[in-house]
Design a protein around this ligand. Structure first.
Ligand code: NAP
Length: 252
């Protein structure tokens, strides 16, 4: 099936949490949305609940074969991609259900297990580069396109260096630094793409109650998805910006 009129989006980690809400908002905005999940059954369940404009697709951001296959599938489907949302992310690689306090204690720079760091960075950092590289040819086929990297205020080095920032104690080498690296990658792509029709931004949902933080976040997923959705749908937005809830501009 070919479509010249519909805008096409792909959201990674769209089976639950903030990613699911972003996919839902995009479907409501009349996008055709590839609901990507590392588990095809979870992708199908999410896509079915979103209706006929949602298409389930298997994509594990740490597995190059699934990334390449998803890109081929998208190419043969609509031949272009107007929007890529790099949302998939993990905060740790250990047993589920740990409190944020337990995670923070386990992930201090002096003691964090390197394997845990490697696993988290594989998803949050290398996964973002692999997925973006694979989908760039499709993004280039759209008239104008946008990439939204779902980051975190914890990834702002400038905010972490401010002694008045109450959240900076949560900055660690496993998750926090992975989001700083994601920000660095966003800037690198923004520079390479600055003379093209592809815009790229980093966006923080804010502290949102999801499995990522043992549901300790203070905002709902509806609230958390607002800023990523706003940026995703921006027609005239700028590239290379890092924003958070309420359109707040964060320093890199
Ligand atoms: P979540 O509910 O745990 O959702 C994370 C999603 O990423 C799930 O769909 C998960 O799939 C998927 N995922 C994990 N590893 C993957 C992989 N290797 N390949 C593909 N998908 C993978 O957490 P969330 O809070 O919605 O997180 C979404 C994004 O928001 C993340 O990038 C996170 O860092 C960012 N963020 C969240 C908060 C917050 O307070 N919640 C704050 C700042 C930034 P499974 O269901 O299969 O595990």
């Amino acid at each position: 099936m070919q479509s010249d009129e519909k805008l096409v989006a792909l959201v990674t980690g769209a089976n639950t949490g903030v990613g699911f809400q972003i996919a839902k908002a995009l479907v409501e905005d009349n996008y055709l949305v590839y609901v990507a999940s590392r588990n095809l059954d979870r992708a199908k369940a999410a896509a079915e609940s979103l209706g006929e404009n949602a298409i389930a697709i298997e994509l594990d951001v740490t597995k190059q074969d699934t990334i390449s296959k998803a890109a081929e599938q998208s190419l043969s489907g609509y031949g272009k991609l107007d929007l890529l949302v790099n949302n998939a992310g993990i905060s740790h690689a250990g047993k589920p259900g740990r409190t944020m306090q337990e995670l923070s204690a386990a992930n201090r720079p002096s003691t964090a297990p390197i394997e845990e760091m490697r696993t988290v960075w594989d998803t949050n950092v290398f996964g973002v580069v692999s997925v973006t590289q694979a989908f760039l040819p499709l993004l280039k086929k759209a008239e104008t396109a946008r990439i939204v990297n779902v980051s975190s205020a914890l990834g702002s080095l400038t905010l972490n260096m401010n002694p008045e920032n109450p959240y900076r104690s949560a900055y660690d080498v496993v998750y926090g630094a992975s989001k700083a690296a994601m920000n660095a990658i966003t800037v690198a792509f923004a520079l390479e793409l600055e003379n093209t029709s592809i815009k790229i931004s980093a966006v923080s949902p804010g502290y949102t109650a999801t499995a990522l933080n043992n549901f300790e976040g203070t905002d709902t997923v509806e609230e958390g998805s607002k800023e990523p959705v706003r940026v995703a749908l921006e027609k005239e937005g700028v590239s290379g910006l890092f924003t958070g809830p309420g359109q707040q501009v964060y320093p890199w």
